[in-house]
Design a protein around this ligand. Structure first.
Ligand code: ADP
Length: 166
């Protein structure tokens, strides 16, 4: 049988414990799970792409079959084809995610019939967690330790400046 290869994408600005929990669970179902840091150079995030990548790599280093890749202004289905991925992996937190993710999944199905999208329900404690919430908290210099992995925490503890990219 051919390898099962998954691709989980996001902008991870920054990666949260919610993402890590989904990746840990999904990694058990695939021979290889790629985590795709997708970005658009025109859209400036809070963290530089290289920094986001470092956060991801460090927080996922305990998962041997997980590989972090980056892609600029690309369609997930195109990158999935290049990687010979069989599945796209997405997380679902709530009804709003479901509505959005259904649209995306149907769209991707039209673009690439051979790719199946699989959904993982968020862990209950991370149901309301998003990277944008974390960025908001950081802007107010609030404690983000319940929400982000240690790799992110180490950096923001020492160098956060509310309006600037780190
Ligand atoms: P983007 O910044 O590109 O919108 P997100 O981080 O919002 O990326 O989403 C990437 C994927 O991670 C999506 O499938 C989203 O549903 C999932 N996700 C984000 N936060 C969580 C969470 N707290 N629990 C589970 N899945 C999540």
């Amino acid at each position: 049988m051919s390898d099962k290869i998954g691709l989980f994408t996001g902008s991870f600005d920054p990666v949260t414990k919610g993402h890590v929990a989904i990746i840990e669970r999904a990694s058990q179902l695939f021979d290889t799970l790629y985590v795709g840091l997708f970005y658009n150079q025109a859209k400036k995030g809070l963290f530089e792409v290289s920094q986001r990548q470092e956060f991801l790599c460090e927080s996922l280093s305990h998962l041997p079959n997980v590989k972090v890749i980056t892609a600029q202004s690309s369609l997930a289905v195109d990158i999935a084809r290049q990687l010979q991925a069989t599945h796209l992996v997405r997380g679902l937190r709530n009804q709003a995610d479901l509505a959005y993710e259904m649209g995306l999944a149907y769209f991707n199905q039209q673009l690439a019939q051979e790719l199946e999208t699989v959904f993982f329900l968020s862990d209950v404690q991370y149901q309301y967690l998003s990277s944008s919430r974390v960025r908001e908290l950081l802007a107010f210099e609030a404690d983000v330790s319940p929400y982000v992995p240690e790799s992110v925490l180490k950096k923001v503890k020492y160098s956060y400046d509310s309006q600037e990219t780190i």
